[in-house]
Each structure stands twice: as structure tokens, then as C-alpha cells.
Ligand binder design. Sequence first.
Ligand code: ZN
Length: 218
Amino acid sequence: MLTIKIGKAKDNDFVVDAPSVSRHHALLKRDENGSLFLEDLSSTNGTFVNGIQILKKRIACTDTVLLGKSPLNISEALNSNNDYIQEFAALKEVYEKYTAQKVRIQSATTFRTRLFQAAPFALPGIVGFVISFSGSGGMIFRAICLAIAVCAPAAGIYMGAQQAAKAPQQLQELADQFKIDYVCPKCGIFLGEIPWESLANKKNCSVQSCKAKWANRT
Ligand SMILES: [Zn+2]
């Protein structure tokens, strides 16, 4: 079901700026079967189909329609439809993927950072300390073990820090892509990090010149 609001006011889907046209003059509807209907919205100068004033009438594209004295191009009005409901619905997945990936990057980084820092501590560090203080082996061997015991945690901390530094870059790349994908399907404006459901509740694009319909009015 497609509904196109026609009139002089800027908030119509199809604006007809003529003296005999009311602010909210008529509705052009197309049902599931493709049938067209024209409905007058108690306009001042009336709506006419083939010379006869109507309140609500099934029409064809070839009919001559007048809004007051102003002719209405039906095909043009149909093309003005702001229905982006299907395209907007596809953005739900874009938002969900973005938030899921963001969480994945953040938690994976935290886990890997801890692993890199903890593992060198736990294995060669302990072994190095045990050997260097157990008295077995020569001086040089014990010195090497002690060096490993000291260096392993340092290397672990360094690698962990490097791993953590990767995260902002990955998040930046993700955010950049999100800014390209999460846009109004009509005017292309970035929708911000606003949950899809919140935008769906707004129902329309807030850009004045766009007014794309995102979701059905309830
Ligand atoms: Zn828009």
C-alpha cells in the first residue's frame, strides 16, 4: 500500500504550489493489486477526475485530474513516492553487525592482551627463576636463565601493548565503513550511532529536503 500526500504544504510527498491547491489537498493511493485511488482531503477548491468532482475515486493513469484548477500529473506524483521502507529495513542488519563486530574487537583485544602478558610470565619466567636460583648449571647458564626470567615479562608487556594498540585502528576502520553503510537510503546522510529501532520509531528522515519514509505509521 502506497500513499502519496499531495498539496501546497512542504510536508506533502508531492508538492503542488498553485493558488487553487489547498495545503493538504488530496491523497493518491496504490493498493497491493496496483489499483490507484484518489481521495480529496476536504480541499477548498475540490478535486476533479475527467471533469467530475470526487471525494474518493478509483482512477487510471490516463485520467485527467484537476486539483482546483491545477492539473495533476499522476505518473509524476507516483514517482515522488518517498517509500524507502524496504531499503531502510535492510539497515537493521548493518547496525547489528556493526555493534557485534565492535564488541568482538574490544573483547578479543582484551583477551589477547592478557594472554600475551601472562604467558611469558607463567612459563619461561618461572622456569628461568627456578633454574637461576636452584644452583644447577654454570654461571653463564644461570645468568641466561635470569635474563630470560626478567625479559620474558617485559616482552609480554610490550607485545600486549602492541596488540592493544591495534584495536583503535580496527575500530576506526569499522567506524569508517559504518559511516558509509548506515545512511538514509534516499539522501545518504549518516544516521549516527543510533540504534535502528530508534530510527524506525522516527519513521521519516529528519532532513527537510529528504523526508524519506523509513517505516510505516502505526
Ligand atoms: Zn534522508
